[in-house]
Design a protein. Structure first.
Length: 452
């Protein structure tokens, strides 16, 4: 199916299916795209990197463009550079100036690893002279809300006003959290919704495995993942585990669409202009319009990209439940999900395994997972036990896929650091607590043990 004209009006419910059908790909064209966010801090005092100052993110983007061939992207003509693009990858900014690499769609996790290592080297090249370090953690360990900048991206100004009306931690989610995510392809509707259901059921286990945010404002927060706790109270209409999709029963694109139609909107884009439209559901917008505007394909895709469930269905299947980590450990996330989602036998095993988990218990344990990670209890067992089984399924899948690097190693090698921790019932937050202590030398410890 050709690309959809974003300006074309939606004529009915069948049009809402079009983006999903347009994304379907035969197995030979399946790829993996990794996303990795990080916090910038000044080495001398640990303060968050600002946006516009001489040592700010604006300067970082300019130097990356000048030295490493990235191309600037502006939301509006003459506006601020808010992203860079190169060879299918992009560097974007989250609301509090977290820097994100959205990697190109690549065939192997070995290529993803090389991409992340290359990004780290380029970032170091332009950051060291500015006295900036980049931390791979799920929640900012030092900054208060008041200390963080606001990135001048159009939708962020809308979210800044709207999200605090929908939950206590909307601003924390925007400015003080960071994740590592991955995007996967699907062949048809049955494949897409099957992967969606399995990934939703398994996502809390992944959150526990990757928990890496035990600190808040310079102190131990008492949780393994402050990021995961924040997400429990953001906007219930656009986030969470989507119980309708995780439960047994018939499932199709239409079910996801029905959920998305009842989620509130943020805005409409008309050229360089933004129309604020917070609160109206897309269903109501399709029926009645807004201030003379009628729903278009572009409006629908924009709306789909403003929904934040733990697993998001759009032109890829996006898994979203993990804290940000170091560059080396970040590759465990795309590797884990590739082993589960792309190898048929592993997908069958993961589906059977996921059915052992009671959905109501899974929903109830999310708070405890934020607090204890692998030490939480689920179905009478430690989450660590469930997580080790998931790792084993993924490892077997990656071994069967047999994508080898130059040394003859398959992609399961990227699971090894995470697997070693999980074997002992530990997550990355446990390592941080062991190595980094709040107090006089807290910043020094973060720079030594939490940098990319």
């Amino acid at each position: 199916m050709p690309d959809l004209d974003p300006n074309l009006a939606l004529s009915g419910s069948d049009d809402l299916l079009a983006p999903f059908h347009a994304a379907e790909k035969e197995r030979a064209r399946w790829r993996v795209g990794a996303e990795a966010e990080k916090f910038g801090v000044y080495r001398d005092d640990g303060k968050p990197v600002d946006f516009a100052g001489p040592r700010g993110v604006r300067t970082i983007l300019s130097l990356l463009e000048e030295r490493h061939g990235w191309h600037p992207h502006r939301e509006v003509q003459g506006g601020e550079v808010i992203a860079l693009q190169r060879d299918g990858a992009s560097i974007t900014l989250e609301p509090g100036a977290q820097l994100e690499l959205s990697g190109a769609p690549l065939e192997t996790v070995h290529e993803t690893h090389a991409e992340l290592v290359g990004h780290r080297a380029e970032l170091a090249d332009v950051s060291e002279e500015l006295g900036i370090a980049w931390l791979g953690m799920g929640f900012h360990p030092l900054a208060t809300q008041e200390e963080l900048p606001w990135v001048p991206k159009l939708r962020y100004a809308i979210m800044r006003r709207y999200l605090p009306t929908r939950g206590a931690h909307g601003l924390d989610m925007m400015r003080r959290t960071a994740t590592v995510q991955a995007n996967f392809d699907y062949s048809d509707e049955a494949d897409a919704v099957r992967k969606l259901r399995i990934a939703l059921r398994l996502s809390p286990l992944v959150t526990a495995l990757f928990a890496n945010s035990p600190f808040k404002e310079g102190r131990d927060a008492g949780d393994q993942s402050v990021r995961a706790r924040v997400w429990l109270d953001v906007d219930p209409d656009r986030s969470g585990l989507l119980p309708f999709a995780a439960r047994e029963g018939e499932l199709g694109y239409a079910d996801y669409i029905e959920w998305a139609l009842d989620a509130p909107m943020f805005m409409l884009r008309r050229g360089d202009q933004v129309v604020h439209n917070t609160g109206q559901t897309f269903r109501d917008y399709m029926a009645h319009g807004f201030e003379g505007e009628r729903a278009t394909f572009g409006d629908w895709e924009t709306h789909l990209n403003t929904l934040f469930p733990e697993v998001r269905l759009k032109r890829t299947l996006e898994v979203r439940g993990a804290d940000s980590l170091s560059t080396e450990m970040s590759c465990a996330l795309p590797a884990l999900w590739k082993g589960v989602l792309y190898e048929p036998g592993a997908l069958d095993a993961a589906e059977a395994f996921s059915r052992e988990i009671d959905i109501d218990e899974l929903l109830a344990v999310r708070e405890d997972i934020a607090h204890q990670a692998l030490g939480a209890q689920l179905g009478g067992r430690l989450v660590a036990e469930w997580a080790r089984e998931l790792l084993a399924i993924s490892r077997a899948g990656l071994e069967k896929l047999a994508c080898l690097d130059e040394q003859g190693r398959d992609e399961a090698l990227y699971l090894e650091p995470l697997g070693a921790l999980a074997h002992d019932g530990l997550c990355p937050a446990d390592l941080l607590r062991e190595r980094v202590k709040p107090g006089e030398h807290f910043l020094e410890g973060l720079l030594q043990h939490a940098q990319l």
